[in-house]
Structures are given as structure tokens and as C-alpha cells.
Ligand binder design. Structure first.
Ligand code: ZN
Length: 344
């Protein structure tokens, strides 16, 4: 079948810092890309108007016209209500509570919009064109400031009953009284241990406890902790024992969360993505991290699953958000075209 000139899709990844906009064709290739600052403090309506302008800028950059776009997908951080197209209380977008972002974007852009949660959208991107292409059951864990998750089962993202499916960063992995605080306000969640914030906090505690490590000079007296995971990575690459221990510990904590997910959903594939993967497949530390996760997970799950499950790194990097949003827009478009495939 010939490529339909009007079957292109726009994907948007709305973040607390930037709004990423990509124009993709029917097979998931990015034709054009535009990024613009979010300026959260200017409010949701202002950002949505600039988002619509960025959509049209990206369409023009791809050499297309608005009529060549079948649908727009908007991936947004939670919390949200997907059926009504509204944000609820997005923690990364203070002041944007209960903003009806889907319909506002449709009005400002003049294009139909599919609304998606950013974690599941990233998972869908890996399923559509990334490391989990065609997998029957895929779970992506995105390790960054927090721990995001996307679950794709039989070709569809699992959004949950109340738009909170896949909040797996909040799996309980430590039930002790002194368990770490998660930024959601509860103790002992995976995100408090395996996110960049968790790694930074654990590292600083080791340094304060005067462990012998090349990290001491670099970490002490800093008032910004967000660079600490990168320092751990750099010192691990040079062979610092404590840094390597922190990498392996992070793998173990992550494995605790993964074991619960695997026994619940029995996926064919688990992928790790995000900035906090110690360089991924490209570096010795990244490969050590994955190997440690792999060993920790397989030693803790049913043998039948351990023999079959695939564990690997995601491949789309920070493009996954907008690619997945476009992919979900494409899926909604396809299902509306085909009466037998339409959702009830
Ligand atoms: Zn939590």
C-alpha cells in the first residue's frame, strides 16, 4: 500500500523544563523536531498556546501542511485524568492543576489530540520502533530524577482504571521504620532508592560516613545534588570501589521492584531507560549495571520466567516521549478508521 501523504503524526513530550515536539510518518520516523522551554511559571494556558505554535513550526519544518497531519499525541506528566483530557495535580507543573490541556491544545492547534501519560508513552515508543519492537508484554522503567514506568500489553498501554497504571516507581521495596522518604510523601518506595535522587542521597551518606572513596572531594560541600549520579558514574569508570558498590546496590534495589512487576504481569521483555543508567551499553559501568540487574532479577524470580524473560536497555533515549505520544495518536487514529478495531 502506498504511503498516505496525510497519515503523519505529531508527538509532544511535555516536561517541567522543555516541550519536545516531533513530526513522524506512519512508520515512526521523525521528519522534524522542535524544542521550546516550558516556562511553567507563566501558566498552563500560555504554555499550551506556545505548544500549538511549536506544533505548526514542526509541521512546516517537515515540509508538510496541517492537513497532512492525521492526529497529534500529547504526553504529559501525571497526575492526570485521561478520559476527560485534564491534568489533575502534576507535581512537575505547579499551578497547572485541573487544566483541560487536551481540548485547549486541540482548539489552539486546530488538530485532533490524543492525551497520554508520559511514562506509558515512552514504553509504547520502545514497543513501536525501539528495543521492544513487537514484544507481547513490555515494561519500560525510566530512571531519571524519578522512576517512570510504561506497561504495554498485547499492543496497548495499560493506563489503569484511574489513569495511574504504571506508577511503578512507587512499588514498596523497604518496609522498615527507617525506610527512605519518597517525594510522593510515603516511605520505602523504589523511586527513593533507584532514581538519580536516591543515588545522590545514598552517595552523600557514604561520603559523610567517611568511606574511603575518590568521591569525597567531589561530593562534599555541594549544594546541588543532581550532578552526584554522574560523579558516581565517572568514578566507577576509574575503578573507585565505593562508586562501583553504589552502582551494584542501585541494581539490587531496582531488581526488588522489577521482581514484583515480573511476577504480576509476566512480561516478555523488561527495558531500562533514562539518564540514570550509567552510560548504558556504551560504557563499562553501564554494562556492569545491566549485568547486576539481570543477575539480581533472575536469582529472585520463578525459574520458568528466569529462563525466558529478556532484560535490556531502551534505545530511543529522550526521544521516546514524543515518539510514543505520536505512536498513541496513530493507534487511536487507526482504531477509529477500522470499525472492527475500535475500542468499546
Ligand atoms: Zn512514592
Amino acid at each position: 500500500m502506498a504511503q498516505d501523504d496525510n497519515k503523519n503524526f505529531v508527538g509532544i513530550d511535555l516536561g517541567g523544563t522543555n516541550i519536545k515536539v516531533g513530526v513522524l510518518n506512519d512508520v515512526g520516523e521523525t521528519l522534524a523536531y522542535v524544542s521550546t522551554p516550558t516556562y511553567v511559571e507563566r501558566g498552563a494556558d500560555d504554555a499550551t498556546q506556545r505548544m500549538a505554535a511549536a506544533v505548526h513550526e514542526a509541521i512546516a519544518k517537515a515540509g508538510l501542511k496541517p492537513e497532512n497531519i492525521a492526529r497529534v499525541g500529547l504526553g504529559s506528566p501525571g497526575t492526570m485524568d485521561l478520559p476527560s483530557g485534564s491534568l489533575v495535580r502534576p507535581s512537575n507543573l505547579p499551578g497547572w492543576d485541573f487544566f483541560p490541556i487536551r481540548d485547549k491544545l486541540a482548539t489552539y492547534s486546530g488538530l485532533p489530540v490524543t492525551f497520554a501519560h508520559d511514562g506509558p508513552a515512552a514504553g509504547f515508543a520502545e514497543y513501536w520502533v525501539g528495543a521492544g519492537k513487537g514484544e507481547e508484554g513490555l515494561i519500560l522503567l525510566t530512571l531519571g530524577t524519578g522512576v517512570g514506568c510504561g506497561i504495554v500489553l498485547n499492543g496497548h498501554v495499560w493506563n489503569g482504571t484511574h489513569s495511574h497504571g504504571g506508577e511503578s516507581g512507587h512499588i514498596l521495596i523497604d518496609t522498615s521504620e527507617n525506610a527512605r522518604w519518597c517525594k510522593c510523601g510515603q516511605r520505602g518506595h523504589l523511586e527513593a532508592y533507584a532514581s538519580a535522587t536516591g543515588v545522590a542521597n545514598r552517595t552523600i551518606e557514604y561520603v559523610e560516613a567517611e568511606f574511603k572513596t575518590s568521591l569525597t572531594e567531589r561530593v562534599r560541600g555541594r549544594n546541588r545534588n543532581d550532578e552526584v549520579p554522574k560523579m558516581v558514574f565517572e568514578e566507577a569508570e576509574k575503578g573507585d570501589e565505593l562508586a562501583i558498590r553504589i552502582v551494584k546496590e542501585t541494581a539490587r534495589y531496582l531488581a526488588y521492584g522489577m521482581v514484583s512487576l515480573i511476577h504480576t504481569l509476566d512480561p516478555s521483555c523488561m527495558l531500562l531507560g533514562g539518564a540514570m543508567t550509567f552510560g548504558g551499553n556504551e560504557t563499562e559501568t553501564g554494562r556492569l549495571f545491566l549485568k547486576s540487574v539481570d543477575e539480581e532479577v533472575r536469582s529472585r524470580i520463578f525459574l520458568h520466567l528466569a529462563e525466558r524473560l529478556r532484560i535490556g536497555y531502551a534505545t530511543l533515549g529522550n526521544a521516546a516521549g514524543y515518539i510514543g505520544a505520536a505512536g498513541l495518536a496513530r493507534q487511536e487514529w487507526e482504531e477509529n478508521q477500522n470499525p472492527y478495531g475500535a475500542r468499546p
